[in-house]
Write a protein that binds this ligand. Sequence first.
Ligand SMILES: C[S@@+](CC[C@H](N)C(=O)[O-])C[C@H]1O[C@@H](n2cnc3c(N)ncnc32)[C@H](O)[C@@H]1O
Length: 279
Amino acid sequence: MADIPNQEQLEYWNGPVGERWASLQEKIDENLKAITDALFDFARLKPGEHVLDLGCGCGTTSFMAEKSVGEKGKVIGIDISNPMLELARVRAKRLHSHALFIEADAAVHNFQHKFDVVLSRFGVMFFEDPVVGFTNIRHAMRERARLVFVCWRAMRENDWANVPYQAALTWLPPQEASDPFAPGPFAFADAARVKTILVRSGLKDVAIEKLDSKMYMGSTVKSAAEEAMNIGPLAKAARELDEKTRDKIRAAVENAYRRFESKDGIAPPAACWLVRAHV
Ligand SMILES: C[S@@+](CC[C@H](N)C(=O)[O-])C[C@H]1O[C@@H](n2cnc3c(N)ncnc32)[C@H](O)[C@@H]1O
């Protein structure tokens, strides 16, 4: 256990991964558009509401939330990633947005504001101790406030991630068997566990719905394979390989992605949970 809570994630999202997410912001938003629209339908933000965007990254969902809550509402984004927040602040200026961005660990931050809604697009699965994290967040929620987030189901259900990973296996260095509940993208794959975490954090009326969506990886198999080398489990597993090996993987992934070719490009299945809980 690290001395500082969530230290590993702090380093992870402030290193090359955070930089890459910032440099790929527009592309990642395209990847996630269908899922994001589903999250906002599910969240039903109302004018005047105060929203905390948890693990807001480069701010896209914060700006969307701001549109929904209007001038009388308020949006604050919180994240531990300095490079992603820097971009969020530049975008806020460009968009004349009033959204505020805090660089802090949401699991321990002493929130000075109470929110009607805590919203998150894939920003909740990284707490070392999720009950500690959600308990802290609950304290920042007003009476009757709601927590609404989207997270991934199991990797094997997520073809956008699993198909390229399986196609690359021959060339990947042996991966350590990892704890499936360790902080990471698929840590919330088990809905029963998610419910238990939220209830133990003092939240009520937990509702978890399946979202079967698509992850738009690119217009061609080539661009889609490149994207799989940038984000998701393959990106992580292949990051230290030499360029020659990475080229072989790219070719194998292009081939594997062919089965998803359609007039709309390469958009493999994306399996998520939409989760809602109340104070
Ligand atoms: C998969 S990214 C999603 C980013 C953004 N929500 C999006 O959809 O583009 C996960 C985000 O959670 C942030 N994060 C991880 N642990 C966190 C913590 N303890 N407190 C605040 N943010 C955290 C990361 O820095 C990263 O920006």
